[in-house]
Design a protein around this ligand. Sequence first.
Ligand code: CMP
Length: 143
Amino acid sequence: MNNKTLAILKPDCVKKNLIGKVITQIQSAGFKVSALKMVKLTEDSAKGFYEIHKERPFFNDLIAYMTSGPCVPIALEKENAVEDFRKLIGATDPTKAAEGTIRKLYADSIQENIVHGSDSDENAAKEILHFFSRKELLDINGF
Ligand code: CMP
């Protein structure tokens, strides 16, 4: 599977009223929206999603931020999806992100960085299933 990735428009994206602008940029870059919803993460769900970072010093702040308001997980499809999406969003730290990338354009800090993108095909599959049931994915597009 190298044609799927999970994006999350994070709580700062939703609060800044940037959902439409960011999705337009994603679609203009050739990504197809396979599934999308708006959810407010519970603490358990955020901790499960970011389990890989649980020993990092920023973990508690990250969980507080990700549960601070609704976010918009989106399952995306495109050839070479993981790599192309990470290029589109730019570096985690917006001060290091390339010009024109989503984080460079809209993010305020390394934590409040507007959007998440999966970092591997394996994680993309897991992350998509964190937010979307197999039935939902099947009902929508025969995933
Ligand atoms: P994301 O791509 O979703 O993956 C992990 C998240 O943790 C990251 O985006 C940021 O929101 C946050 N993060 C990563 N590194 C740091 C850091 N050094 N300080 C604070 N937050 C961070």
